[in-house]
Design a protein around this ligand. Structure first.
Ligand SMILES: Cc1cc2nc3c(=O)[nH]c(=O)nc-3n(C[C@H](O)[C@H](O)[C@H](O)COP(=O)(O)OP(=O)(O)OC[C@H]3O[C@@H](n4cnc5c(N)ncnc54)[C@H](O)[C@@H]3O)c2cc1C
Length: 377
């Protein structure tokens, strides 16, 4: 049904799993996101734009170090990844001071793993046009080439496409027609999905290779800012708002459902109480203070629902103001970002002492709250 991907669109991930005390992880990685970059010749990570580069994720009492690189860097050159990955890993763990001094003495290697995945498939017209359905079959997620070129996160597109596939499959079974012609609906919906399309066509990560080749620090900063910084708002805001509006139109209480779902996942994570293992029962405290906070939380959600429902009732507002506004939000962001950015930095600095306290309060609340208030019915 589909051709094999060329090697320059397949990345090999080399993952190290280190054990580290949670207290050390919180001290070194907590409350921060570190962005490092290096020129290719420094060989501290895979070359820019040819894969992801390098990521370090903390998780409970372990950290995961992942580097990945495409199997071919251009039409001719096939890198020796076995040798290169060892070299990158050695360089980052021995030459980068924060790793050498802070992480290395506290981390113990538990496992090393390998995994291949697609990348930049969405940028190639021919690959993008490969079929994602045929008689009696629908392909979703990675199998349909939906890995995000911009962010390299394939999970959201796998979920979105699975949701669409399920809807179309149900319709097809009801209509007793699972022909390719009927299932084309799936392809139409994937092509009309604003977030999927934005994420498979974004070029900033890919363009990093141009900045590298030209040794152009200005371009490097531009692509990073557009891909991962506030600059992404200049091409992400419109597709995001379009998707959000589509969900809200169908169910105005969706936002509070998402909030509850988020809190529920977070509470489960805190208590290690997951649905797929024998679920731990979270003890409910008798504290009156906690009950009061729960009531406050629920009434805030009810207030949000009320606003969303009344906004939907005024459909004209949606038609005349919000939908056209969402179409031009990217342009608006392009124009207003030079003003917004310094204000945003100032506000973050100003709120820093308060936001730390707030997030600590929130964690305490989620820890003690009655799990039933986060259920979505
Ligand atoms: C190292 C690494 C890090 C990543 N990090 C992130 C991240 O941080 N965030 C993010 O959003 N995405 C990330 N991704 C991408 C993400 O994992 C994928 O995009 C996503 O899992 C795709 O989901 P899927 O359901 O389409 O495919 P998969 O999750 O690959 O599921 C396909 C399943 O089919 C099974 N299968 C294959 N062949 C057969 C067969 N013949 N019979 C039965 N079963 C079969 C496989 O075993 C697998 O379980 C990462 C990927 C890698 C490799």
């Amino acid at each position: 049904m589909r051709e094999k991907y060329p090697p320059e669109t397949i990345s090999l991930a080399d993952t190290y799993d280190y054990i580290m005390r949670k207290e050390d992880i919180d001290k070194i990685f907590g409350y921060s996101v570190k962005m490092c970059w290096g020129w290719d010749e420094q060989k501290i990570s895979p070359p820019l734009g040819y894969g992801n580069g390098l990521m370090v994720w903390p998780y409970r009492s372990s950290i995961h170090f992942m580097q990945d690189q495409c199997l071919r860097t251009d039409k001719k050159s096939v890198p020796n990844l076995g040798k290169l990955f060892d070299e990158y890993h050695h360089n980052i763990t021995s030459k980068l001071l924060w790793w050498k001094d802070l992480v290395a003495p506290r981390a113990k290697l538990r496992a090393r793993m390998w995994e291949g995945f697609e990348i930049y498939v969405g940028l190639n017209k021919k690959l993008r046009k490969m079929p994602n359905h045929t008689d009696g079959m629908i392909l979703i997620g990675d199998a349909a080439g939906l890995e995000s070129t911009e962010l390299c996160d394939g999970v959201p597109a796998a979920w979105y496409s699975a949701e669409i596939a399920a809807q179309v499959a149900i319709e097809a079974i009801k209509a007793n027609d699972v022909s390719k012609a009927f299932l084309k609906k799936y392809d139409d919906k994937v092509k009309a999905h604003s977030i999927i399309q934005w994420s498979i066509k974004g070029r900033n990560r890919y363009n990093l290779r141009i900045a590298q080749q030209e040794h152009d620090i200005k371009k490097l900063k531009k692509y990073i800012h557009q891909g991962w910084g506030l600059g992404s708002l200049t091409h992400f805001t419109t597709p995001f708002m379009k998707l959000l509006l589509a969900y809200v139109k169908e169910d105005p209480t969706i936002i509070t459902k998402w909030i509850k779902m988020y809190f529920r996942y977070y509470q489960n994570w805190l208590h290690e109480s997951y649905d797929y293992v024998k679920k731990k029962v979270i003890k409910v405290t008798a504290s009156k203070r906690v009950r009061k906070k729960e009531r406050k939380f629920l009434s805030t959600l009810r207030f949000i629902d009320l606003i969303m429902k009344s906004m939907l009732r005024i459909r004209r507002v949606l038609k005349i103001i919000i939908i056209p506004l969402s179409n031009s939000l990217n342009t608006l962001m392009r124009k207003s970002l030079p003003i917004i950015e310094p204000i945003n930095s100032a506000i973050i600095k100003l709120l820093n002492p308060i936001s730390n306290k707030l997030s600590n309060k929130m964690i305490k609340f989620v820890d003690k709250a009655n799990p039933s208030i986060f259920y979505v019915y």
